[in-house]
Design a protein around this ligand. Structure first.
Ligand code: MTE
Ligand code: CO
Length: 425
């Protein structure tokens, strides 16, 4: 893909767009740069194959897939990051997406022991420990309980983890792609717990997966009684195997690790379990040797997805800057964007639903004269919290950390449109 500003013949869209806009009397600066007279374009003057021949019938795609021209839109992994693909991660192609919902097939995956292949007829969820009545639910039992729909982001605590010591990975897919945003359907965990009856000293739950890693995490009862869902569907259909089919925990606003997939067991206790994933992993080693633990909530964060290293600027004149913002503490109130490395800031235009603990889409419609840009975005959430710079974060947290990096990202756009991951002092 060329990243040079385009100088080729005018496309049909460009020609019609320019004529239409001129007719509507828009200011010249709002128009894309254009040549004096359009060259004859065979895409306008000649009938194309798809316009001449019958297309495929309705019997060919019982389950639809994207256009064959969209094959580059895919999850990608970084082979040197992990020792094996079974205990690994791939990344959401944020730079290829729009709106706020992540298509199910593009949600990043993070597994500690590969994808469990579970027949829902043989799946059980057990609730036991400090309860009046230990219970075992089948999938059918769960689907006969009152259900709810909620859109939430899931961000792995390790998202942007490679960037603590400086700019590393060249693409927002890799720096920020351990996040997805999905509509879940499920049963509030508090209803399941009410059936079992919590004993008065019940303070913590242990959630355990049925995958080969048997991954487990401790969850405070207070959160479980607040907004945790036990979900069986995403984006209107059954969970995908990689997202925990047939059952996963949805823990809104909290780090992805605690969203246990292939959920099979909830034990009720009075203390946290000190599991591997909350002691040796997913804790933040500070500069003075102490460690932050049980830092569940993902603080406000944002990233410009376009332009970005995998999505360079290709045209001078009119352009759309696009990005995502989210907060584990509520909604996104405002997103500020700078194009000149922080000298001038403007409020981005937020478009689409602004939901609790959900990705929120923002835009800046701007004119580019071909100068170097240093692009940053800064999220402000409904609690008034302002996304920090990386320097501010490092002052408090040092550079030992892998997790919980919500610092401001910088993209440098060069005069030829190429875009790179950089840091500015
Ligand atoms: N649950 C089980 N059972 N096994 C796992 O490996 N990985 C966790 C969490 N739940 C994991 C799990 C981690 S670290 C994250 S970030 C999320 O699932 C990733 O969810 P996703 O694969 O749907 O993106
Ligand atoms: Co994770």
């Amino acid at each position: 893909m060329s990243s040079e500003p385009q100088a080729g013949p005018l496309s049909r869209r460009r020609f019609l767009g320019a004529a239409g806009a001129a007719g509507a009397g828009l200011a010249a600066s709002a128009l894309p740069a254009r040549a004096q007279a359009p060259a004859p374009d065979p895409l306008i003057t000649e009938v194309q194959d798809w316009n001449r021949y019958l297309g495929e019938g309705v019997d060919k795609r019982p389950y639809g897939t994207p256009s064959r021209f969209e094959k580059h839109v895919m999850r990608r992994d970084v082979s040197w990051l992990t020792a094996s693909p079974e205990s690994s991660v791939n990344f959401t192609p944020l730079h290829e997406l729009d709106g706020i919902i992540t298509p199910s097939g593009l949600c990043f995956e993070r597994h500690h022991g590969g994808i469990a292949d579970i027949d829902p007829a043989n799946h059980r969820l057990m609730i036991h420990g400090l309860v009046e009545k230990p219970l075992v639910f089948t999938m059918e039992d769960i689907k006969r309980m009152p259900r709810q729909n909620h859109v939430h982001f899931l961000e792995c605590a390790a998202n942007s983890g490679m960037e603590w010591r400086g700019a590393q990975l060249n693409g927002c897919q890799f720096t920020h792609g351990m996040v997805h945003n999905v509509m879940y359907t499920g049963v509030p965990l508090k209803l399941l717990l009410a059936e079992a009856g919590l004993k008065p000293n019940a303070k913590w739950l242990m959630l355990e997966g049925a995958d080969s890693s048997g991954m487990n995490r401790s969850l405070p009862v207070m959160k479980a009684l607040d907004d945790v869902l036990i979900a069986f569907a995403m984006n209107g259909e059954a969970l995908r195997p990689e997202q925990g089919y047939p059952l996963r925990a949805v823990v809104p606003g909290w780090e992805g690790n605690i969203w246990v997939k292939w959920l099979r067991r909830i034990e009720v206790g009075d203390m946290p379990w000190q599991a591997r994933e909350e002691t040796s992993k997913y804790t933040d080693l500070l500069a003075d040797g102490r460690s932050r633990r049980y830092t569940f909530i993902m603080d406000a964060k944002s990233v410009v997805t376009n332009p970005s290293p995998q999505a360079p600027l290709k045209h001078k004149g009119r352009n759309v800057l696009s990005g995502l913002a989210w907060s584990g503490r509520g909604t996104i109130k405002r997103v500020d964007v700078t194009l000149d490395g922080g000298k001038n800031w403007q409020s981005a235009r937020i478009d689409g639903p602004v939901l609790e603990k959900s990705l929120t889409r923002f835009y800046v419609d701007f004119d580019w004269a071909g100068q170097e840009l240093l692009i940053q975005s800064r999220a402000i959430d409904s609690t008034g919290y302002v996304q920090p710079t990386k320097a501010e974060l490092r002052k408090v947290r040092g550079v030992n950390s892998i997790y919980h990096n919500n610092g401001i990202q910088t993209w440098q756009v060069r005069p030829n449109g190429e875009t790179e991951n950089v840091e500015i002092a």
